[in-house]
Design a binder for this molecule. Sequence first.
Ligand code: PHE
Ligand code: CO
Length: 273
Amino acid sequence: MKEAVLRGDYSRAGPDYAVEQDWAAYTGAEHALYRRLYARQSALVPRYACPEFEHALAGLDAGQAIPDFSAVSRRLRPVTGWEIVPVPGLIPDEAFFTHLAARRFPVTVWLRTQAEFDYIVEPDVFHDFFGHVPLLFDPAYAEHLCEYGKGGLKALRLGALPMLARLYWYTIEFGLVRTERGLRAYGAGLLSSGGELAHAIDGPAPRRFAFDLERMMRTGYAIDRYQDAYFVIEGFAHLLRDTAPDFAPLYARLRQLPVLAADVPLPGDHIVG
Ligand code: PHE
Ligand code: CO
């Protein structure tokens, strides 16, 4: 919550920033805009999304209207123990990590305007729900995100948050995974973007790095344009395993080093096809 102005209504938020979704208050025009966003993105899924996402999205049947979070939570809980928490928008780091560590995924309640159909700066219900929620049905992904929440609380204590935030950016938001059918997206920022999926997967410009914890934690990113670099995992079980070691020694070493630009090559970089 570093932005000076956030558009959500925080006045009714509890100490954990949870609010009521108030599903009945969404207008017909909002449901219609959500349907158009969903139609555009779901058409890209067979070509660009990882199979776990495609499978979970099909099971959700959430394309007709803005989803009712409690109804989705009732289906999600028995599968991976996760549930959705409605929030007014971005929330402070500590509240965010505390939710993740308890398997509660914060989802923004409001929807963007029609003028923001192609691009929005703050996460809205479409980004948060369409991009993040389907993968919470995958056991390895679900486990990893809970561990990430605990790791976030630890990074806060160690003053290492910028490093962990870069890892989140290059995995949970913009991650690619190698599959039998080529590179696919699992990052929510990609899966909810009309244009960046093709850029990330088919585009000649960006560099695609093999998974490299240290490179991710050291690589800066832009929040207002397509990424210059993406990182490719070999699957969620690998992601879970590779992020399991204690990061404290890594933080101690990396915090001495400069942050790298995403578009400047380094010797030792491992570029994948
Ligand atoms: N292993 C990390 C630590 O010791 C925690 C973590 C797990 C971070 C998974 C990110 C993802 O801090
Ligand atoms: Co997101």
